[in-house]
Design a protein. Structure first.
Length: 335
């Protein structure tokens, strides 16, 4: 913050020559500047005049101080600018002198300090932000392309790679032939690339999540599905909201060998509560010969088992979820 004393006065045009002559007002003010430089709190002194070709000439003498105490101390002692001007009253227009004390709200030095701080911050941050931005962009390219390629068929992946290579070649040719291309074109190209990669990555992640939720189809070799899990021993059955799944088939028909002791490993991959109950030989539930999973309440993300022996002559036996009996059903085909 600066404190300013401004002394305004007018000099008649005829008196200007006397004011600037040796021993006149202006030389005396210049000599006074040497005195001011020895005063505590003094910062600067300026003498300016109007450029009107006719009439009286306005002269302004401005002194700047670092504190109001230093300004008050200066103006209450001699010599000071006002006292020097009064000594030359023979060239001063009567009643034209004014003395103003003011406080600067924003000074040139404070602007300079603020601009210097901003410039320093930019010099410090740019060497850090540029490598960080390049690294983030490279990671996005690597991660995004890897996720997209994993979700595409071999033909689609090949076509995408060819398209990316072609686009990079065209961009390289354009910018090489236009070395002074505006910055917005370079930034626009990078922004479009980043948005495309981000959109492709989101699509790949969503596709993968949907595939995991729906289960994967059986692997096909030579046009025929590979055999599912053995019908005897341990058999994996998964549950979603709201369906049973076996070997990628919903509402499945699971083949079981007559007399085989089977352990169903049940995984609830949904969010709702489910279970698995196999009807008795009479096709009824909640009777003495039906069988339910252990535990009979399987929360989302939990697992259970169900041990069951296929009776002779049973044919097809229905199993269901007690909590969703109409939506979640399947068939055990006893052969």
């Amino acid at each position: 913050m600066e404190y300013i004393q401004t002394v305004l006065f007018q000099v008649a045009t005829a008196g200007l020559e006397r004011a600037t002559a040796a021993g006149g007002l202006i030389p005396e003010l210049d000599e006074h500047r040497k005195f001011l430089k020895q005063q505590a709190g003094f910062e600067d002194m300026r003498v300016t005049r109007s450029i009107n070709p006719e009439g009286n000439i306005l002269i302004m003498v401005e002194t700047r101080w670092s504190s109001d105490e230093s300004l008050v101390r200066y103006e209450t002692n001699e010599p000071n600018v006002a006292n020097i001007v009064r000594k030359h009253e023979e060239i001063i227009v009567p009643d034209s002198m004014q003395v103003l004390d003011m406080e600067a709200l924003r000074t040139e030095s404070s602007w300079a300090h603020a601009e210097e701080a901003i410039e320093t911050g930019e010099r410090v941050m740019l060497p850090l932000l540029i490598p960080a931005g390049v690294l983030a962009f490279a990671l996005l390219v690597i991660y995004g392309l890897s996720r997209i390629y994993l979700e595409l068929s071999s033909t689609g992946a090949t076509a995408l790679a060819a398209g990316i290579a072609g686009g990079m070649l065209l961009a390289a040719v354009y910018f090489a032939s236009n070395p002074r291309a505006p910055a917005w074109q370079v930034g626009g190209a990078m922004a479009v690339t980043a948005l495309a990669l981000l959109g492709g990555t989101i699509w790949a992640v969503v596709e993968e999540d949907e595939a995991e939720g729906e289960g994967h189809e059986p692997v096909v070799e030579n046009g025929e599905p590979t055999p599912g899990p053995a019908t005897g021993g341990e058999t994996l059955v998964t549950m979603g909201d709201d369906f049973f799944e076996f070997n990628g088939e919903k509402a499945p028909a699971i083949p079981i060998t007559v007399g085989e002791e089977v352990t169903f490993d049940i995984s609830n991959q949904g969010a709702s509560t489910h279970n698995m109950r196999i009807a008795g030989e009479d096709g009824e539930y909640n009777t003495d010969d039906d069988t339910v999973s252990d535990p009979a309440i399987i929360s989302g993300g939990d697992a259970a088992t169900l041990e069951w022996t296929a009776p002779e002559g049973a044919g097809e036996i229905i199993f269901r979820c007690d909590f969703h009996p109409n939506e979640m059903i399947g068939t055990l085909t006893v052969e």
